[in-house]
Design a protein around this ligand. Sequence first.
Ligand code: NAP
Length: 292
Amino acid sequence: MDSTPPVIDGATTLVGIIGQPVVHSRSPQMHNAAFRALGLNWAYVPFPVEPAELGDAVAGLKALGVRGFNVTIPHKQAVMPLLDDISPAAVAIGAVNTVVIDGGRLVGHNTDGEGFLRSLTEAHRFRLERSRALILGAGGASRAVCDALARAGVPALRISNRSAGKAEELAATIRAHHPGCDAKALDWNPLDHRAAINWAELIVNTTSVGLHVGDGSPLDTNGISPGHIVADLIYNPPQTPLLQKCAALRARTLNGLGMLLHQGAAAFALWTGKDAPVDVMRRALDGEPRPS
Ligand code: NAP
């Protein structure tokens, strides 16, 4: 990976990411490598922003002439009222992860769902429109994944979340925006999960279970077979306990690194108007060690 820092001068166009924390974000490496590869005088900077400072930070980025920014936890919903316009997909998802500043107007997008879908279809050949999906979790990332799957023609979703009300609410949102998708909430218990494993072809973990050392699998993997595709949005560690167990049962698996890559590639295209150099960005991500 080329680790040369970008040369900043009076003509540099700035983009970045706001969130808290952002210290472990891999997006700067990915985007700065892409700018270097295309010879663009651009730079991507992480900005730690506390919730109480969000309004001032967004106004400041606009005043400074920044071209756009990514938005991560905890600002993905809170940033929405501060924007001039929001894409239909981001409205349906209820969260923004990318803002483009164009002629002083702030326009919000959500590239997480598109990123997930691209990574899934790039990694595995299968017919999405024939695949029923079990989704674990109903937080912000789940909303993007469910919207993207329904948009891509997945006929049925079962959404299971520890806090049942959020799964009910998400299933109702998907039905409202995508009447062709049979979306229903499922109780968070092993019996219902087992039945859904037998019913589904695709299983997606959008919970944060597996992220921390000592975490187990959010799902009892009894019933997982080589016919299943199991995706986990977590990319650090690269093999969560869920993915390890499912791979041992010879299911096809996928971690969240491809989603990170492709949501970034979509944001890159929105800011620059150019196709992202995806292979360069992938190599920049692959070269990153696990933060301690
Ligand atoms: P979030 O909005 O905070 O949602 C967290 C989800 O995890 C909720 O459904 C929550 O359930 C569930 N959860 C947390 N602890 C749990 C436990 N002990 N048992 C069962 N469920 C539990 O977070 P998010 O933004 O959706 O992110 C979720 C995961 O996706 C994170 O691991 C994040 O790193 C990953 N992610 C990856 C990418 C990528 O590019 N690959 C992008 C975005 C997010 P409750 O509602 O009951 O709390």
